[in-house]
Write a new protein. Structure first.
Lengths: 310, 357
């Protein structure tokens, strides 16, 4: 019986670990969207984060630099998006798509010399506690620092948006950039900051994949997680804590799917692999059906171009 | 002092010249990237953009790649013009390929003039039905069409994977993930011996013509245009918004489905895992580069097709990954969107006034 409980613990731990990149990217994108900017480049920023983190790790042999570098590279890529959409007033949807296509291409170009190199072991925290405490041990202990950061992030984000003055400014800019500007708020500055922050979090989410989750570089290794993160923000109706719930559900589907394959349940692999994507659609339908609920939380100016006549 | 001013009106000349500017800037940025990666920029660009089309075979390959891009982009232009963001054309292409390929496999040992038209029709309907999913969900449940159409790309690719590995795999194929070869009458005719250019190009050209007629000469085209410019105006004018959403998605899905059957009955000749090198995503860039204009899209599809060929040549001669093409595709769109700034704004250099004493 003891073994079963431990297995359950390991299973839940694995589910939580697989939801980490989704939580990071979705929390970052949530802040960006709250300021009224729709950045569809999440997938591109994640994959660039993944390769630059891995490349820096291989070159410098320093995991700390790798993590910082991945965030900086995500930030740099999001700066392109910010400059185009905010300063040159381009269409958010088209620019975001270009960012994703560009990011996937550039990551493969940079990554061609890093294919097949084994990753480095990432230090895990509280490993000894993992064995001692049944059930909760494997769930909460023996994970990387990024894991703990990711699970604290939604709470921090929630506090930031609801309780701090800057959070209020971000929401004001997202809901009505014109009135915010009239109040003397520098809308462009706020939006730039939110875009860059989103980029950094996406970069970190990508690095989690290439440095910790499956420590190696594979072309296109984010495999649509960026898009699921985008869907998660809608799923959460722009509320940070629901991002956490959504990410765990999606992480759960991914892990369960792997286990079902392992136990040999007679469903073709491809149908199980398609489950997270189909679930995303189902969930989006359920969430979006109530248009009032969606409107209540959607940043009013989301995706709209803001131009102030000077 | 530099001052930025909104233009009162935009000139048509700039409207069609900015794509040229964008291509030029992409080449410059590409040269810089190649330089940073340690290649000789002039040589790398030559391998990328000139070598691939310096012989007849290369030109034929250019048209082979431009055909699906042009078809899909034509369909997408209907969606984008009316502010419907269908970015799942890759999925509609795949599903069209699956349905068309299914019909082709039914007739694998039949010959007859009716086989090919049936396959093409099946493919178009397949793509159309697949595109109706995000449209119907958008209409009835207010669901975000960007995310739904994109999620369906993954679903369709996994379905194709399942079919070619499982029930549809070639019984004499030694478990390779591919179906039987289609019969000869299920194949689009090749236009010139020794080249791969096929009759699919005529399907693309007809669709260009039809799109031009619909967009510029019919009431429907007018409705699409108005809805894109202002949804409120469209509502005020009494246009049926929901019907139009469904319609533009159907057109776009059918075009993507046609591109899918064009590939499997043209250059490929069977179903396997990779029936499209992401044509569906790249076509989004083609649609924008062509300014959502049918004639513009023809030129844009040729240019973007060149990035595919260039990436293949560069892969052979410079050992860069074939994804390099996507870097160029992304950059083209970046620069195009950026140069649109010049369309709506003008930069004025103000002189300080000199005071006369």
């Amino acid at each position: 019986m003891n073994i079963d409980i431990n297995f359950l613990g390991i299973l839940i731990g694995a589910i939580m670990a697989s939801s980490v990149p989704l939580i990071l990217a979705a929390s970052g994108e949530l802040i960006t969207e709250r300021s009224g900017v729709l950045n569809l480049g999440v997938e591109g920023m994640m994959i660039i984060g993944a390769i630059s983190g891995f490349a820096i790790m291989v070159i410098t042999d320093n995991l700390f630099l790798a993590i910082i570098g991945s965030m900086l590279s995500g930030l740099l890529l999001s700066f392109i998006f910010g400059f185009l959409t905010q300063s040159l007033l381009t269409n958010h949807v088209a620019t975001g798509l270009a960012l994703t296509i560009f990011g996937i291409g550039l990551s493969a170009m940079i990554g061609k010399d890093f294919v097949g190199i084994p990753g480095k072991e990432f230090p895990l925290l509280f490993v000894n506690l993992k064995e001692v405490i049944p059930l909760f041990g494997p769930i909460f202990f023996g994970h990387s620092i990024v894991f703990y950061f990711a699970f604290l992030l939604p709470f921090g984000t929630n506090y930031f948006l609801k309780k701090t003055k800057i959070g209020l400014i971000v929401r004001a800019v997202g809901d009505s950039p014109v009135s915010a500007a009239n109040q003397g708020i520098n809308v462009l500055l706020v939006r730039y900051c939110c875009i860059l922050y989103g980029g950094a979090m996406c970069g970190l989410g990508g690095a989690y994949l290439s440095l910790i989750y499956t420590p190696q570089w594979i072309e296109n290794m984010t495999a649509g997680r960026g898009w699921i993160a985008l869907a998660l923000v809608v799923f959460a109706t722009w509320s940070p804590l629901k991002v956490l719930v959504g990410a765990i559900i999606f992480g759960g589907i991914t892990i369960l799917q792997l286990h079902m394959q392992a136990i040999g349940i007679r469903i073709p692999v491809q149908f199980l692999s398609a489950l997270p994507y189909i679930m995303t659609i189902v969930v989006l339908v359920i969430i979006s059906r109530d248009s009032r609920k969606i409107k209540l939380n959607t940043p009013t100016s989301l995706g709209q171009i803001f131009y102030k006549e000077k | 002092m530099i001052k930025i001013e909104r233009r009162d009106e935009t000139s048509n000349l700039i409207y069609f010249l900015t794509p040229v500017l964008a291509i030029f800037l992409t080449l410059v940025a590409g040269a810089i990237i190649f330089y940073l990666l340690g290649f000789k920029p002039s040589e790398a660009l030559k391998f990328f953009f000139i070598t691939p089309i310096s012989d007849l075979y290369g030109l034929s390959e250019l048209l082979v790649k431009a055909t699906p891009l042009c078809l899909i982009a034509i369909g997408l232009s209907f969606c984008f013009k009316s502010n419907n963001w269908n970015i799942g054309a890759e999925g509609q292409l795949t599903f069209g390929g699956i349905v068309g390929g299914g019909v082709a496999l039914l007739f694998y040992n039949h010959e007859g003039f009716y086989v090919l038209p049936l396959i093409i029709l099946a493919g178009a309907i397949g793509g159309m039905i697949f595109a109706m999913i995000p449209a119907i969900l958008k209409i009835y449940f207010n669901t975000n069409e960007i995310l739904v159409s994109l999620m369906l790309v993954y679903v369709s690719k996994l379905l194709l994977d399942y079919l070619v590995v499982g029930p549809w795999s070639n019984p004499e194929g030694f478990n390779f993930p591919e179906t039987r070869q289609f019969s000869d009458s299920a194949r689009l005719p090749i236009l010139f011996d020794g080249l791969r250019i096929h009759a699919g190009i005529f399907i693309a050209l007809v669709s260009v013509f039809l799109a031009w007629v619909v967009l510029f000469k019919t009431y429907l085209g007018f409705q699409i245009k108005v809805s894109g410019l202002s949804l409120k105006t469209a509502k005020y004018a009494g246009f049926k918004g929901k019907t139009m959403i469904l319609l533009v998605f159907m057109v776009s899905g059918a075009c993507a489905g046609l591109a899918g059957v064009g590939e499997i009955t043209g250059p490929i000749g069977q179903l396997h895992r990779m029936i499209s090198p992401e044509y569906g995503f790249t076509a989004i860039i083609v649609a924008f580069l062509g300014r959502l204009n049918p004639i513009g899209i023809v030129f844009a599809s040729l240019i973007v097709a060149l990035t595919y060929l260039g990436a293949e040549t560069a892969q052979i001669f410079l050992q860069v990954p074939k994804y390099t093409g996507q870097v160029f595709q992304g950059m083209i769109l970046f620069f195009l969107l950026a140069s649109d700034f010049l369309l709506f704004f003008r930069i004025k250099f103000l002189r300080f006034k000199k005071y006369e004493y």
